[in-house]
Design a protein around this ligand. Structure first.
Ligand SMILES: *Cc1c(COP(=O)(O)O)cnc(C)c1O
Length: 374
């Protein structure tokens, strides 16, 4: 291995997570593979999720959807962040389902459909309380326009997104669910009956059966990570298996005395005579610069970060008696089985969440695909 860092992605863990979610949710699964499959690699993850039984793929960007189609995937793909001015006709030609969250986008999609002589496949997106995408103020005008233009589109789906699904039991979830049903009734009143209704992300798919409808959109849980460690518990307690293990090499190992300042700003100083390791990965690769109380796992034990993370490297305290040497691989995060840090640990260490930790692993870090037998 000539890499200095690599993200190993266990595709059998992804397959097991998809199978677990299918069984648990009891409805079809859309594997959400936006943002390079949460940093795990778009095409290998999409293929694995489909083989494991997912029926749909979900992405944010049109480029992501087209990359999936161009790789030969024929499963239905929904793309929900395709702003005005995008090349909607390429989406329509490639049979990509498009979210319709506003009048402006609906009008562009209608006109692209007319030019393409093809009825666009749309999913009507409504704002039930997240206050991000989806119809809110324009809802009545949209219903009017849709009644007139009904023949110009295929209404495949109707969907919305929860703001607080990771806090089961909070009132806002019940309010959003009620609003979802009301807005769906509004559509039925103009004789529009979408084939599928979908509202649940991973957290709702795991915790709230009343919101599953015809399809659940599973992002973070596909990758074996918990949507929220505090409210929903660990990956393991949810029956999930983290798929990614991030590794890097020790670049330099050195003995230093007590009282040695470490790194930019000298924000840490060694408290005793000790051995330090320089890890060959940094914030340009997605290691959070703000991280504190995380570190690496080497020779069966944790070595905490010392000082600030630099662009391409950071320093850990290996301990005086460590036998680690330059060139050794260390684990930055993994499933946690052996005692290594996890993506959740790095999330808390940087006042963030596991989602941000995995999606920010940069393009300099090759993804290596593995498959263990289960
Ligand atoms: C990202 C996203 C999801 C997946 O959310 P997870 O919490 O990762 O399961 C589902 N639906 C929409 C609209 C999204 O943007």
């Amino acid at each position: 291995m000539s890499n200095r860092a690599q993200a190993e992605v266990d595709l059998s863990a992804i397959a097991a997570n998809v199978r677990h979610l299918l069984k648990h949710a009891g409805v079809p699964v859309m594997a959400v593979v936006k943002a390079d499959a949460y940093g795990h690699g778009l095409i290998p993850v999409a293929q694995t999720a489909l083989s494991a039984g997912a029926q749909w793929l979900g992405v944010a960007l049109l480029e992501e959807a087209l990359a999936l189609r161009n790789s030969g995937i024929s499963a239905p793909i929904l793309s929900w962040l395709v702003p005005p001015g995008s090349d909607y006709s390429s989406a329509i030609q490639a049979d990509i389902d498009l979210a319709v969250p506003s009048l402006a986008i609906f009008e562009e999609i209608l006109s692209a459909g007319r030019s393409a002589l093809k009825r666009p496949r749309i999913h009507i997106e409504v704002d039930t309380g997240m206050t991000r995408g989806g119809f809110l103020d324009e809802w009545d005008s949209f219903l009017d326009l849709l009644s007139k233009e009904r023949a110009g589109v295929q209404v495949i789906g109707f969907f919305s997104h929860f703001a607080r699904a990771d806090e089961p039991g909070v009132l806002q979830n019940a309010i959003q669910l009620k609003r979802f049903i009301e807005m769906s009734d509004d559509l039925n009143r103009i004789d529009v009956e979408p084939e599928i209704h979908h509202l649940s992300n991973s957290a709702a798919a795991l915790m709230d059966a009343s919101s599953h409808f015809d399809l659940v959109r599973i992002g973070i849980a596909t990758y074996g990570l918990t949507p929220d460690l505090k409210h929903l518990g660990s990956s393991q307690s949810l029956g999930l298996r983290p798929a990614m293990t991030l590794k890097a090499k020790l670049h330099v190992v050195k003995d230093v005395h007590a009282g040695t300042p470490v790194g930019y700003g000298a924000t840490s100083t060694t408290s005793s005579d000790t051995k330090l390791g320089v890890v060959a990965i940094g914030y340009a690769d997605g290691i959070p610069r703000a991280a504190q109380n995380a570190g690496v796992f080497v020779n069966g034990r944790r070595a905490p970060i010392l000082g600030r993370v630099s662009m391409d490297q950071f320093v850990v305290e290996l301990g005086k008696d460590s036998t680690a040497k330059a060139g050794d691989w260390v684990i930055i995060f993994g499933p946690g089985d052996e005692g290594e840090y996890t993506a959740d640990d790095w999330g808390s260490a940087s006042s963030s969440i596991n989602y941000e930790v995995v999606t920010r692993i940069g393009p300099r870090v090759p993804r290596i695909y593995t498959s263990t037998t289960e």
